[in-house]
Every structure is written in structure tokens, then in C-alpha cells.
Write a protein that binds this ligand. Sequence first.
Ligand SMILES: Nc1ncnc2c1ncn2[C@@H]1O[C@H](COP(=O)(O)OP(=O)(O)OP(=O)(O)O)[C@@H](O)[C@H]1O
Length: 605
Amino acid sequence: MEGRRKKRKQTKQPFVRRLLPFLRPYRLQTAALGLVMIMVGGIDATFALWTQQAVDRFIVPGTIQGLEGFIIGFLAVVLWQGINVLALIMLAGYLEMAIMHDLRNRSFRHLQDLELNYFNKTPGGWLMSRLTSDIQKIGQTISWGFVDIVWGFTTITGIVVIMLVLNWQLALVTLSVVPLLVWISRFFQTKILRSQRLVRRTNSRLTASYNEGLMGAATTKSLSREQDACDEFAHYTRRMDFMSVKSALFSSLYQPVVVVFGAIGTALALWNGGIRVNMEIITFGTLAAFLSYTAQFFDPLRELARVFSELQSARAAGERVFNLLETEAKITDSQEIIQRYGDTITPKYQAWPKLRGEIEFKDVSFTYEKGEQVLEHFNLRVESGQTIALVGATGSGKSTIVNLVCRFFEPSSGRILIDGRDYHEYGQACLHGNLGYVLQSPQLFSGSIRDNIRYGRLDATDQEIEEAAKTAMAHEFIVQLPKGYDTPVGEEGGLLSTGQKQLISFARAVLADPALLILDEATSSIDTETELLIQQAIQKVLSHRTSFVIAHRLSTIVDADRILVIDKGRIMEDGTHRELMAAEGIYHRLYRNQFIEEKERVLLS
Ligand SMILES: Nc1ncnc2c1ncn2[C@@H]1O[C@H](COP(=O)(O)OP(=O)(O)OP(=O)(O)O)[C@@H](O)[C@H]1O
């Protein structure tokens, strides 16, 4: 009992209740849309009555007396219906866009609050489909599904009521096929939807395989794996074909079934209605109205069956989006800190202290969510303006140390102080605003070179951008490009070489002028000339600020103020290049090995 109660407590709120806050700002529009749909459905249900009147008043008696008024009345109703349809398209379209807009913004805003590790754990493709297709599905189904449901129910109710009023016995005979049709419609729609879902799932696998094939083209070729890649792709296309044919088969079977049931309904109306006309229980016009209704009845029924099945998949999409929105950020700031320094979306720059960049790890231990302890009682004090190089084997903990400095992760125990204060006291926005991180593979955004450098400080003038580029040794290559600073860099900087991208990211860091800089030095090999430029640029970028360099090429860090040799999360050696070489320890060995390797490389090339 206790366990069950606990379980119930943990269950998430029902889907509709989670959705309501998103509909609340648009309740007026939703109510207006509901009203319009009731009118549209109601008018649709009365159209057959015009046929009845036309037959009984004009066709059977063979007179045209009063026809003008009848036609004017009919046209007025058609015109009114036209206006209603226009209103419904506008309102439903507005609602669809507004819901999608709000959900997208909320999700994107929420993603900004989540810690870096969330992005490490969550595949990019998964997030992309939450933000695109899932949100689109919710917007579409809620607005147009709402339209179809209100219209469907109003029309069906209207038709049934009118038929019963006209002649309830004939109504019951004609409608006797409906329960079976409802059941069959549900059956087919569920099948169709399920197979469409499988088609979509296979399609995303196919796209992933296509993507991997394109992105990994070089690796595939170098390993002669083309045949395997082709086989995998062929497997998914075959599966896709099979699923699509299955889905199309259900759709194509469903239509004739509905037509057959419609025909049975019409036959019943004709047979039983014919007898009643003969017995003069009903008029010719009433029989004509019944025949219209049997044809008209199945449309809303089909729509309702479709919408109810689609609601299932919209609900699944909704749950995925709400799960994203309800993911709690693991690294957060207190309300007091946010009020004082703002958050990442609304930073209060003026209130931020200018950091000197003194850093202290005080007895820091750290374990990743799933994994062994990486740091244990780790202590380190870095003076303002020092360049600290971190050296060590792969997996030794270098990135973990800098990720802790950046507060991408937080210590499991112990404290990190910046300028003598616990770094929680600055808040993430202020800390990150004072921090620069130059990655191994620099991230450029589509736009011009100028835009990409300006990303470091949005209010920088063109002259400041050029100054920064000069300091970072990027100016010379930029001015040689046909459009200079206005040259587009292409998607993710695809039109530039790795070395050029790195120089631009250095210029960006110079422009931002952070108190604290992290440099994950590139491992990719670049030509000697660019490498020399990059070395010079690094020296300039690092000067006058506290910097951590994760060094892969030891030649880069010979001038560092301190070199820390890390092994299994512990500092094994600590000193300048000269001191560590003289000590003839691990660093000495690493340096000599790399020196010999590089010499051999030069001799071989
Ligand atoms: N996000 C993570 N979740 C779980 N374990 C992790 C995570 N990131 C790193 N680790 C583990 O923590 C340890 C230290 O990794 P870290 O990335 O700090 O090493 P590194 O010295 O920077 O290595 P490299 O030079 O290869 O980048 C490794 O054992 C690694 O497997």
C-alpha cells in the first residue's frame, strides 16, 4: 500500500494538465475558435434541410413561387459559412503558431539553464527532434485536432438530432451501420498510425545512417568500409520500403471499407425510406435529406477516428517535450545571487565584479555521476595572471580540473575559491562572463569573420575587432581573403582551415578580454608556418591573465609559469619547464620522448 502510494506520488501530472499552462494565454482565441467550429458544424448539419425544402416546396409541386427568397436565404447561409471558415483558418493557424512559438522558446530557454553534462549525455539528434518535429506535432494536433473534434461532434450531433426529428424510425434504420463503422474506423486508424510511426522511426535510422555515411566519409574510405556502409544503408532502405508499403496498404484498404459502409447506409435509407414515402409517412424531400445525410455522416466520423488516433502520437510527442522542460538543472544559482548578478539570459553586467583571476582548489574531491573518483582531496593555488599548463596521460583528469574551474561540474566535496570567495557567490552568469574557453576544435557560427570575432564582445567596434585580430595574428590572413573581414565562414566555419579557425577563435578571446582563460590546445597537425603563427598568438592571448592550458604539444608550454604533471587526478610534478627538466622526472621523460618523435617526423618528411 505504502509502495503504491509512493508510486502514485511520483507519477507525472496528466498530459492535459501539463499542457494547460501553454493554452491559458490563448483562452480567448481558443474559446472563439470553439464557437466558430460549433457554428460551422451546425450549419453543415442543416445543409440537407435545404435540399428537403427544395424538393418539397419547388420540385415535387413543380412551382417556382418563393424560389427567389429561398435562393437568397441559401446564399446568405453559404456566405456566412464562408466567413466562418475564414475565421476558423485564421484562428487555428494563429493558435498553432503561438503554441509552437511558446514551446520552442520555453524549451530553448530551458536548455540554456541545463549544465554542460546534460549535453554530453543527451544526443544532439534527440534534442533537435524535440525542438522541431515533436513541437510541430503538438502545435498541429492541438489546434487542428481541436477544430476537427469540435466540428466532428457538432456535425454528427446535428445530423443525428435532425434525422431523429424528421423520422426517428428511419433514422434508427439508417444509422444502424454506424457502430460497426466506428469500430472499423478505430481499428484501421490505429493500424495506420502504428505503421506510420514505424515508418518515421525507420526514417530517422535511415537519416542517421546517411548522416554517418557522409560525416564519416574519410574514415569509411580509409578503412575500406564502403561495402559495410552500403549494406547498412541498403538494409534500412529495404525496411523503409516495406514499412511504407504496409502503411499505404492499410490506408488504401480503409477508404473502400468506408465507401462500402456509406453505400449500405444509403441502401438502407432508400429501401426503408422508399416504403415510407409510398405509405406517405414521409415526403420526397425528407427522403432526399436522409440520402444526403448518409453520404455526409461518414466524413466527420472518419475525421474523428483519425484525430483520436493522432492524439495518441501527439501525446507521446508532448510527453517527450514536457520531460525536456521538466528536466531539472543540476547546477543552479540561488535567487539572491540571480537578483544581484542576473542569469545567463538577463545578465546584470554592471553589477559584476572585475575578477583578478586568483584561483584556489581547497580539498576538492570529485566523482562523475557514473564513474570512479577522479579527484581526491585536490589542492591547488593559482596566482592572478599565472599561466598554468596541465600535462598528463589521457584520462588523467586535466579536462576535469578545468571543467571544475568553469563550474561546468561542481566539486562533490571541498571548495573552489576565486579571488578569495567561494565561486558560487558570483553566480554562473558572472563567472562565465569573466571566462574564456578556447576549444581544440574552435566553434564558429555561420556569418562573416567579423561577426565571429564580435561574438567575443557584442558591442565591439570594427576597429577593436581588427585590433584583436592583429594581436591574435589573424589579421594578415583575413585581409588576404577576397572579402576580408566580411568573408563568410560557412556552416561551422567549413570554408576555413583548422589553423585559420583557431586564429579567429583567439581573436575572439582577445576581444572578450576575460580575466580567466582556458585553452585546450589543438592536437590536429597544421602546417609549420601556421603552427608558428598559432604559437605566437597563444603567447599574446595568455599574457596578463590567469590561464589554464591543456597542453598536448609540450613545445607550447615551455614559457608557462607553472607546469603541472597530472596522473590519476593527482599533481605529480609542479614547476617551470627549466625546473622540471632539471628534476629529470616524468615531465623530463615526456618532453624528451616528444622531442625525439618530432625530430623523427621532421627527418622523415
Ligand atoms: N562526463 C563524464 N562522465 C563520466 N566520466 C567521465 C566524464 N568525463 C571524463 N570522465 C572520466 O574521468 C576521468 C578523467 O577524464 P578527463 O577528461 O578529465 O581526462 P583528461 O586528462 O582530460 O584526458 P584527455 O587528455 O584524453 O582529454 C577519465 O577516467 C574519464 O573516463
